[in-house]
Design a protein. Structure first.
Length: 212
């Protein structure tokens, strides 16, 4: 194999003397380069030409030649469905009491005015919330969450439009609501600790009837 490679290389060099030929241990690399150059057809391709051809007769779609199906598919005899036109669709009746309207002000505008955000009272105090029941605290919490969602929707629309106004009033109203929510959590935490203390005293044998 070495002699055949060197001889082939010598023939390509137009009768180069043997003294100037490369050593024998380079013959395998010369054989590989000569064999590869014989197969290679493009400077930018590393695969043979035959590998890029679509020789399969049963192939549906050729990704190389961009050809369509070569035989009828099984669903070709069925008509394709057509989309329904907007005129044929049933008209949807508007729902004035939809829950998503809670993300917008009462006038249902996407952007609240500074006058609307500034028209609010103070936050609930802890003493006032201590007199409320569990259901009242639960309802008040979700009223605050709903209002904060409404403020976040207005702030997002205000940022998108680059309105440049109303940010201070909206953030001030959000701060008042957050104080109310913190007070609700404080009252619920007090009731949790009181329940734990009552449970501990009951397990120790304390009964309120004994103090009477």
């Amino acid at each position: 194999m070495h002699r055949q490679s060197i001889a082939r290389f010598a023939r390509q060099c137009n009768g180069l003397p043997l003294a100037e030929l490369p050593p024998a241990y380079l013959a395998p690399s010369l054989h590989f380069s000569l064999t590869r150059s014989a197969v290679q057809t493009s400077n930018f391709s590393s695969t043979p030409v035959a590998a890029g051809r679509d020789l399969s007769k049963s192939r549906g779609v050729s990704a190389i030649h961009r050809s369509g199906p070569r035989f009828k598919l099984g669903v070709s005899k069925y008509p394709l469905p057509k989309p329904v036109s907007p005129e044929a669709l049933d008209k949807r009746h508007p729902t004035p009491d939809h829950g998503l309207w809670g993300f917008f002000p009462k006038d249902r505008l996407p952007l609240s005015t500074p006058e609307y955000d500034n028209a609010h009272g103070r936050s609930w105090s802890i003493q006032e919330l201590r007199e409320k029941s569990w259901d009242d605290l639960h309802a008040l919490w979700w009223v605050c969450a709903k209002e904060r969602n409404r403020i976040a929707t207005s702030n997002l629309e205000r940022e998108r439009l680059k309105a440049g106004y109303g940010e201070y009033e909206a953030n001030d109203r959000d701060r008042v609501i957050r104080v109310t929510q913190k007070s609700i959590k404080h009252v619920l935490r007090e009731r949790w600790y009181a329940w734990e203390e009552a449970q501990r005293l009951y397990k120790e044998g304390y009964r309120p009837q004994e103090d009477e």
